[in-house]
Design a protein around this ligand. Structure first.
Ligand code: UD1
Ligand code: MG
Length: 475
């Protein structure tokens, strides 16, 4: 039997239009020219990173298109449940993003170290690099080359490679939720080791009003590593469960990445050299190519989707954020930018922890008659009613407008909406078209994120005496 890839329709769906091919070619040519040009100066890593990100966009865009039928033939496919015609789409396209991303960040390695490589190998005109005796004794510049910076970068790559492998494994074998939940913690070990060796700061600054009671710093010791591992577990998983409508996984990740990148740029614009500038530059080197591959994926995954991203993408995206936040020493800022995901996670706990039955899919229900999405529900059979405590909780949430509860004639539970913020938004707003729902939730996320950053930099001055954008960075 002819596979889906051999029909003329899917062949044309798998090739680029002339316009697309021309645009991608021009973009790639410009990026290569910019890259070649950076060698003339000091390697200008930020410009090189932008050019690499453009190349990453072009490569991902073309590969996703070309590889769609191959993925379907390999069994990596899923049905788009919120459409009239239940078409099978290629699944796990985040794997393409991950592979292109990893190749790009690996090829990029020489650029940020260009000056150092020249200085370390030949002196390269930098004969005026003079080592102070005290530095030699402390061993800080013993090798001239910033091995620790390279170690940070490499540890991020190892963590991301591990999470990509685990994500692909999940997409292939559909690992159970309770088994895959802790997997990112293992992938974060390289980051934590580098953090231990490089920074080793395990104390948090106490807000001013609490300082009389708790002192200036709270030393968390080993707990700080538990906290960072928790960030690494939380970040990928919370993106994976705010999912199920076209474009939402990629677009929410791009919002977080753009806000993190915006925050990084603030540190590059300070009028005087800032101690945290280097780590924020490092964060940009990892975020820009991520934005490149994600934009190419979004072009295919936005409503009406032509491909699905798979758990690979969600895990990968979350790990990129965890890596930059842990190594850049700004995990609190990351947590602030993941507030909508955190709310979704906390709201989901009754289903995640089994108090309320959790169906395999909790994505909103497609009403084929109206073409709109409605909240999906958990059905309560008459003989399987919630216990008293859960019933009380459901009733309270229903009264507060935080859940849609449908009761039967005898007051028994018939249906409750599933515990995701996508369903909750539909409870509040009424039925919406899929792209409308995505846009509204993304707008809320962007507003909350920008407000979070403003509060983070403004309130920091009230609570902490100094904002680390302004003076030293302690957490
Ligand atoms: C997570 C959610 C699950 C949600 C699913 C949707 C939890 C605990 N798990 O599970 O409730 O239903 O994501 O991604 O909250 N799909 C669509 N349209 C889309 C995106 C996905 O129909 O826009 C369907 C497709 O059939 C696709 C499948 O969802 O094949 C992918 O689901 P998967 O990512 O494997 O689900 P989980 O991450 O395990
Ligand atoms: Mg998923």
């Amino acid at each position: 039997m002819a596979g889906p890839s051999s029909s003329p329709a899917s062949r044309s769906a798998a090739s680029l239009t002339n316009n697309e091919a021309r645009s991608l070619f021009v973009l790639s040519a410009v990026c290569v020219a910019v890259l070649a040009n950076t060698f003339q100066g000091d390697g200008e890593p930020l410009i090189a990173s932008l050019a690499f990100s453009g190349l990453a966009y072009a490569a991902t865009y073309a590969l996703i298109r070309w590889l769609g039928p191959t993925f379907i033939r390999a069994g990596l496919k899923g049905v788009d449940m919120s459409k009239h015609t239940r078409r099978e789409l290629p699944e796990c396209m985040g794997a393409v993003c991950a592979v292109v991303y990893l190749l790009v960040v690996i090829c990029f390695i020489p650029f940020p170290f260009y000056k150092d490589i020249v200085a370390a190998t030949s002196g390269g005109g930098n004969k005026d690099v003079v080592l102070q005796v005290e530095h030699v004794e402390q061993g800080r510049f013993l090798h001239r080359f910033p091995h620790s910076k390279l170690a940070s970068y490499l540890s991020a790559i190892i963590s991301l490679q591990s999470i990509a492998i685990l994500g692909i494994g999940d997409d292939l074998f559909d690992i159970r939720w309770r088994h895959k939940f802790f997997i990112p913690a293992f992938a974060s070990i390289p980051l934590l080791v580098v953090y231990f060796v490089d920074f080793g700061v395990t104390s948090v600054v106490i807000p001013l009003p609490l300082q009389p009671y708790l002192g200036e710093l709270l030393h968390l010791g080993a707990l700080y590593y538990v906290y960072m591992a928790a960030v690494a577990i939380f970040s990928p998983n919370c993106i994976n469960i705010l999912a199920g409508i076209n474009g939402i996984e990629v677009a929410q990740s791009m919002v977080v990445a753009l806000l993190l990148a915006g925050n990084d740029v603030l540190y590059l614009l300070t009028p005087y050299p800032h101690p945290a500038t280097d780590s924020h530059l490092f964060s940009l080197f990892l975020l820009l190519p991520f934005l490149g591959v994600s934009a190419a994926l979004l072009a295919h995954n936005w409503y009406p989707a032509r491909v699905f991203v798979g758990d690979t993408y969600c895990y990968f995206a979350g790990m990129v954020f965890a890596a930059v936040a842990i190594l850049g020493h700004f995990s609190k800022t990351l947590v602030l930018l993941l507030i909508p995901q955190a709310v979704n996670f906390v709201y989901s706990t009754p289903q995640l922890f089994g108090l309320v039955p959790c169906p395999r899919h909790r994505l909103p229900r497609f009403n084929a008659r109206t073409g709109l999405l409605e909240p999906s529900v958990t059905v309560w059979a008459a003989e399987r009613q919630p216990n008293r405590a859960v019933a009380w909780g459901l009733t309270v949430l229903g009264r507060l407008g935080l859940l849609r509860v449908t009761l039967g004639a005898k007051g028994e539970f018939v249906e409750t909406s599933n515990f995701t913020i996508l369903n909750l938004w539909l409870v509040w707003r009424g039925p919406l078209r899929e792209d409308r729902l995505a846009k509204e939730v993304l707008a809320v996320q962007a507003v909350v994120g920008v407000a979070g950053l403003v509060v983070r930099h403004r309130l920091a001055l009230v609570l902490f005496r100094e904002d680390n954008w302004g003076v030293g960075d302690v957490l």
